[in-house]
Write a protein that binds this ligand. Sequence first.
Ligand code: SAM
Ligand code: SF4
Length: 437
Amino acid sequence: MKTFYIETFGCQMNVHDSEKVIGTLVTQGYSQVDTPEQAELVFYNTCSIRDKAEQKVFHRLQQFKKEHGKGKTFAVLGCVAQQEGEKIFEKAPHVSLVCGSASYNQLPQMLVQLAAGNRRVTGLSLDTEDTFETPFARRDNPHRAYLTIIEGCDKSCAYCVVPFTRGPERSRTSASVMTETRQLEDAGYTEIQLLGQNVNSYRDPSPAGWDFAALLRNMGQAPGIRRVRFTTSHPRDFVKDIVDAIDEHPSLCNHVHLPVQSGSTRILEAMQRMYTRDEYMRRIEWMRNARRPIAISTDIIVGFPGETEADFDATLGLLDEVKFDSIFGFKYSRRPNTPALNLEGQIPEEEKVRRLAIVQEKQRAIQLERHVGYVGVVEECLVEGFNQATGQWIGRTSQNKTLNFLRTDSSEVLAGRYVNVRVTRAGPNSLAGECVN
Ligand code: SAM
Ligand code: SF4
């Protein structure tokens, strides 16, 4: 039996793509090992969203350069593969397979070519209407399952490589999504996380023609599924009907990740985000008026070309106004092929560092203030595991907050169960409490 090792960089989409790649390899007779040293085939599933992520991959490949010709086969998958293409063979001659995510459904044929001794195998076409569907995905988490509903991206944000690396938007049929949901229920999963670069741009290509809210309503009625999450939502396609669906179905988690990127309408326009600050705020208002309090998280980019102090202040003002439950803050990174690459007004690195630190400090205070409001409240948690170091169970609330708790009356294994926990303490990044059932 041939052995393989896979390391994954980047987002949840990549993590789940790797689960599908692993499933495909295992059904082709390969067996997974824990280190690259033990493996005949070494896969890197890569991310190129920011320069740092891309450099990590070349650093990894460099470490194994001397293995060239010693019987190991190296493969680069994902966004760096798509972006750099055959140039990877020049930079790292020990690589034999370069394959972007839009070509993963041809992996079995590519494995055959590799096994036949072909040392330059590529899968770089973006010209596909297919999604990477496999009944063999190997999921690591026994309770929560990722489920892709839409791949690629049809937007063209000025800073972003995704439309070039993941190709055009392709939605799965609603029948295929619901079939996989039933399979996951049967396999004992209780939480499903729907995935897509813009999950809410979902549009069923079959005659049923469901939009994202219709899909959510159907997922919300799946009998064995207690929680449905979804990420990432694009503000432009975020309609009020999504909030109505969350209101109607308690199993649809009351958490929405809605990346704003900037609080300045001028910068949003330069970023080609297709919404204004006011339009974004309208979506926040819909969520604030929901029956259950919806936790809202976001992504912020600081130092986009031309971002003035006034623009940056507008982002800080937006943080104050919305009081997000959490944020991912990024320094703008210049990416190949993107419209913003050669824009004037690039911001010096030290200034980006300074702005990011200010954003993070402000947000930390906001999160602490928000979390203090949970003290005394009882929250249902899905138990994710036990932290030996602190002696606490790790739980996750529907709002996607980490709630660590003690349970003194029993040494039962709780992982995968749903328990009620009273919050007793609050920190900026997590809550702590005591189990009440
Ligand atoms: N499709 C989602 C959306 O539009 O909101 C986001 C997907 S993207 C993979 C994840 C995040 O990476 C973005 O929301 C953005 O904040 C960040 N990002 C993307 N390109 C970036 C760049 N060139 N520099 C810094 N951050 C970037
Ligand atoms: Fe990138 Fe914009 Fe597409 Fe999101 S919507 S993946 S940020 S191009």
